[in-house]
Design a protein around this ligand. Structure first.
Ligand code: GLC
Length: 506
């Protein structure tokens, strides 16, 4: 059987507000993405995932959807969306869209019309907390309360009402009819809440919680899978599943459910060979087809996460982690700007911050704006090519973005961008010819060596150089090697036995 495209795809997450602004209002949009598709093709990704672009009051950057079947004027029109999908497909890029089934906006017509049986209302709140801080309940004029696991502007749907179920089947078809190749399912372990809404006893156990991961949610994904399979062309869905258990994660990717779920254990792992090895072993044992991700629009960029007092170390580690991740069996999700080596922007002024997490924690938690700063395309201020001349982007960019811009890095073999292009091209040449399985090799302290058929990968997380495992040729390295020695914070790919010839050397 042919391998379905998503099994080893490299998917690039586009946070739509921050990718490229063609309209000149300071906010990214669909025409901006369309103009930059050739950049993504050249980067070497297989698919893009677009974060929500639907009509929304933007209480949570678009994850508060008021109309699931249209495009917010801020981002363009349905016609722009169709043109974007058409261009992407012509370039051989697949398109995944975000679907937000756990909650809508409080401006959604159902909520505005007071259709209470479609949301979770109660006479008394229980002890559940909002993910964004504070209680998960808000009182309405008649004294009753509605549930919002996120911001108050995001009321949770009542999935025990069949009308909700039907509505989402119809929404999936709406976008599948417009040619999308798949869906990223927001808060995929939400949707159903335990009958009777009992108090949470232990906030730390997501996999045994009345709030998350109720067994009924799997019926939803079985029904969605039937819809996906009824369309031609290997349509797929990837679930955003935050859980503390690999077995729980595996339930979402049973053969008749979702094709993929995100594997956040990899992103949460510290810079440690034992932590990496444990996550890799647990993941490969638990799920039929793994996914790997280091950064997204909700977490601190991994360059900064891995950093020490020396900012260069963070970038070296980020590149080494990429080389390792690209060698693992399964598919990879990249986040816009990581190919430029962008750091988390940690010093945004409070008045610029828009993530509701910041306001709801009274400024105690900085929130997620630092990884959402608009991308630098050129060296010219004020927006480094993100927007039109003279237009300020919706979040301010730091001065260092000029040096990190795509324009500045393109063509410079030492740059992070050219390194990503080489790494993705190298992976493309190999990935279909190597087995899904992984075997560990004996590794010196601080390092991790593994093989996948003819490919050997080595990463050194320790403080001292280590000798590379036996090999014929080094195919790719995240930094300079010292003869046969792999320096600290560096990873490399080697061929052990004869490999198929490469098309180019990037
Ligand atoms: C997901 C999204 C996040 C959003 C939340 C609520 O976790 O990735 O950005 O705030 O869901 O929709």
């Amino acid at each position: 059987m042919e391998t379905p495209w998503w099994r080893d795809a490299v998917v690039y997450e586009i946070y739509v507000r921050s990718f490229a602004d063609a309209s000149g209002d300071g906010v990214g949009d669909l025409p901006g993405i369309r103009e930059r598709l050739p950049y993504l093709k050249e980067l070497g990704v297989d698919a893009v995932w677009l974060t929500p672009f639907y009509p929304s009051p933007m209480a949570d950057g678009g994850y508060d959807v008021a109309d699931y079947r249209d495009v917010d004027p801020l981002f363009g029109t349905l016609g722009d969306f169709e043109a974007l999908v058409g261009d992407a497909h012509e370039l051989g890029l697949r398109v995944i869209v975000d679907i937000v089934p756990n909650h809508s906006s409080d401006r959604h017509p159902w909520f505005r019309q007071g259709l209470r049986d479609r949301y979770v209302f109660a006479d008394e709140p229980n002890n559940w907390q909002s993910t964004f801080g504070g209680p998960a309940w808000t009182q309405v004029a008649d004294g009753s309360w509605y549930l919002h696991l996120f911001a108050p502007e995001q009321p949770d749907f009542n999935w025990r009402n069949p009308a909700v179920h039907q509505e989402f089947l119809d929404i999936l078809r709406f976008w599948l009819d417009r040619g999308v190749d798949g869906f990223r399912i927001d808060v995929a372990m939400g949707l159903y809440k335990a009958e009777g809404l009992p108090d949470v006893q232990d906030q730390s156990f997501r996999s045994r919680s009345p709030v998350w991961g109720q067994p009924e949610v799997h019926g939803v994904y079985r029904a969605w899978r039937e819809v996906l399979d009824s369309y031609p062309g290997e349509r797929m869905a990837v679930g955003e599943v935050w859980t503390d258990s690999a077995e729980d994660l595996a339930r979402y990717v049973r053969p008749d459910e979702l094709q993929q779920s995100f594997n956040f254990a990899w992103l949460l792992a510290p810079w440690s060979p034992t932590a990496f090895k444990t996550v890799i072993d647990d993941t490969l044992a638990a799920v039929p087809f793994a996914t790997w991700v280091l950064s997204n629009h909700d977490v601190v960029r991994h360059r900064t996460r891995y950093g020490t007092a020396d900012p260069g170390t963070g970038l070296m580690r980020a590149k080494a982690a990429l080389v390792t991740m690209l060698a693992l069996p399964g598919s990879v999700y990249l986040y816009q700007g990581e190919e430029l080596g962008l750091p988390e922007v940690e010093d945004l002024p409070p008045e610029a911050r828009q993530d509701p997490v910041f306001a709801r924690s009274n400024g105690k938690i900085p929130g997620r704006d630092g990884c959402r700063v608009p991308l630098p395309w050129t060296t010219g201020s004020p927006s480094y090519g993100f927007s039109r001349d003279g237009v300020a982007p919706w979040l301010p960019q730091p001065a260092e973005f000029a040096e990190l811009s795509a324009e500045r890095q393109s063509g410079d073999p030492e740059s992070t961008l050219e390194f990503y292009r080489r790494a993705l091209s190298c992976r493309r040449d190999l990935v279909r010819s190597i087995p899904y399985t992984l075997e560990w090799l004996p590794s010196p302290e601080g390092a991790l060596f593994f093989t996948r058929g003819p490919l050997t990968c080595a990463i050194n997380c320790g403080p001292d150089p280590v000798r590379l495992p036996p090999h014929e040729t080094v195919l790719l390295a995240s930094g300079p090697l010292d003869g046969d020695l792999l320096p600290p914070d560096t990873a490399a790919w080697m061929s052990g036995s004869p490999l198929p010839a490469r098309r180019d050397d990037g």
